[in-house]
Design a protein around this ligand. Structure first.
Ligand code: SF4
Length: 480
């Protein structure tokens, strides 16, 4: 929490179908706690009790939204849970998830991680057909499509397959119906989703760290384009129509979003970050006395960087763990002020030293300016900035809050200009190739659209305009 000047992930999802009489809402609560880093604006749990779906959701952290009295009411055999940071749809309770609706065939609850890039278009078409919407969320569009297709099909799986044919963008879904817990991953696997087992029961989660939090065993990742159905008869897997071999997991899951103790599509997030730091040191070596990382997501890369060059690794930047949710403070000034509340430099480590400071990414640059100032005030002789991902040049349309190019410092400045702005003695970014090769064991290929403009899905004209403009092209040519 307290993610200053950082990319923001949209959501985390969880699901459980119990054959063992587990306290499903209690387990969902614990798992959402482990997924809290993926979204801190709202949290919710929906539970199926003998075909009746009840739910509770509100704005706030998991620990603020739920207490034992609420959880004790949410009893049943299966449950889904959701934590949210909004990118599409306003930050309102109505847009919190899981969304639960009644339709012709009963009730359905849905939790969505990702972003449907053609949601507006689908919504317009459905509204033209007389359908009503209660929220501004793209998740309601998915529910409406499922409901519409369910009228024409025998079963909900077929309705989900037909729905998926219309959706462009990223979606990892958990659904509860009268009889099923269903997990769905988009055809490119942009957002993660994995399957675990707890005793004889099955669980689904955005990250494996959520399985660990409830002592469930990791079974496997849900494959791109897969629909997994769990019910009283067991578990069954289906695939969407027309799935290709192409996969595009968001590379920033490894850079920043996921917890380092998670394993995503075969690759350890911690090892990926360490390897990114090692490759960064090969690409941008520097003569220095100590290597430090910006806590928390820069630490593993800093260790890899230090190892590669044989420079001492030091804890030179202290993080105040009690500054919570500073990112929700509106406006640049408040963000800048909160940097010094959140971090402090350790004079014993930095005074008189040539310091390498490693961070996972630079978005606006506001945080790193303050950190470098802090290190120099604490007596650092030189501060060399190294970034374990390439410059962010383009917006993301797949569920990460970088929709405005103006907020990306690298979209309008050269590397030398950025170095001057942040006050570093030198600056080096990892290359796209280096980053792509850092999750060594990954079974999937990666989306790197915000780094190189290679969007893996079709974009609307509006999105194309947002994604590319002259200034970005000039800067990109300079950087590549
Ligand atoms: Fe991830 Fe960037 Fe692709 Fe968005 S554009 S999904 S942040 S790699």
């Amino acid at each position: 929490m307290g993610r200053l000047d950082k990319l923001k992930e949209e959501c985390g999802v969880f699901g459980i179908y119990s054959y063992d009489g587990h306290d499903v809402s209690g387990l969902a609560y614990c798992a959402l706690f482990a997924l809290q880093h993926r979204g801190q604006e709202s949290a919710g749990i929906a539970v199926n009790n003998a075909g009746m779906i009840g739910s509770f959701k509100n704005m706030g952290l998991v620990s603020e939204v739920f207490d034992t009295s609420i959880l004790s009411i949410l009893q049943g055999q299966s449950a889904i849970g959701h934590v949210r940071y909004s990118t599409t749809g306003d930050s309102l309770k109505e847009n919190a998830q899981p969304m639960v609706v009644k339709y012709r065939n009963g009730q359905i609850a849905l939790g969505h991680n990702g972003n449907i890039t053609n949601a507006r278009q689908i919504r317009d078409e459905l509204e033209d057909q007389g359908l009503l919407f209660q929220t501004t969320s793209d998740t309601e569009v998915i529910l409406s499509l499922i409901s519409k297709h369910r009228l024409k099909t025998d079963n909900v799986i077929q309705a989900i397959k037909l729905t998926a044919n219309h959706l462009v963008g990223s979606f990892s879904l958990v659904l509860l119906t009268e009889h099923n817990l269903i997990g769905v991953r988009d055809p490119l696997g942009i957002r993660p989703l994995c399957l675990g087992k707890l005793d004889n029961s099955y669980v689904l989660a955005s990250e494996s760290c959520a399985l660990d939090s409830i002592n469930a065993d990791f079974v496997r990742d849900i494959e791109p384009g897969e629909i997994i159905v769990i019910n009283k008869d067991g578990i069954e897997s289906f695939f969407m129509d027309g799935i290709s071999e192409k996969s595009r997991l968001c590379i920033f899951e490894h850079v920043y979003f996921a917890r380092p103790d998670s394993i995503i599509d075969g690759a350890s997030v911690y090892e990926s970050r360490r390897e990114a730091g090692r490759l960064l040191a090969i690409e941008h070596p520097v003569d220095a006395d100590v290597v430090m990382g910006v806590p928390d997501s820069g630490l593993a890369a800093a260790m890899g960087f230090a190892d590669q060059l044989g420079i001492r690794y030091g804890h030179g930047l202290l993080k105040n763990r009690y500054v919570a949710r500073t990112f929700i403070q509106p406006g640049q000034n408040k963000r800048e002020n909160s940097v010094s509340l959140k971090y402090n430099a350790m004079k014993a480590v930095v005074t008189g030293k040539r310091v390498v400071m490693v961070d996972d990414s630079i978005v606006r640059g506001t945080t790193i300016i303050k950190i470098i100032e802090m290190l120099k005030r604490a007596g650092a002789k030189e501060v060399h900035m190294r970034v374990s991902s390439p410059p962010l040049l383009h917006p993301c349309f797949y569920g990460v809050d970088i929709s405005k190019r103006e907020e990306l410092i690298a979209a309008s400045h050269s590397i030398e200009e950025i170095r001057q702005i942040i006050g570093a003695d030198s600056l080096g970014y990892l290359s796209v190739e280096g980053l792509r090769s850092s999750p060594k064991e990954s079974k999937l290929e990666f989306c790197t659209a915000c780094l190189n403009g290679e969007y893996p899905t079709e974009l609307s004209e509006k999105h194309k305009k947002q994604a590319f403009c002259e200034v970005a092209k000039v800067e990109m040519e300079e950087l590549l």
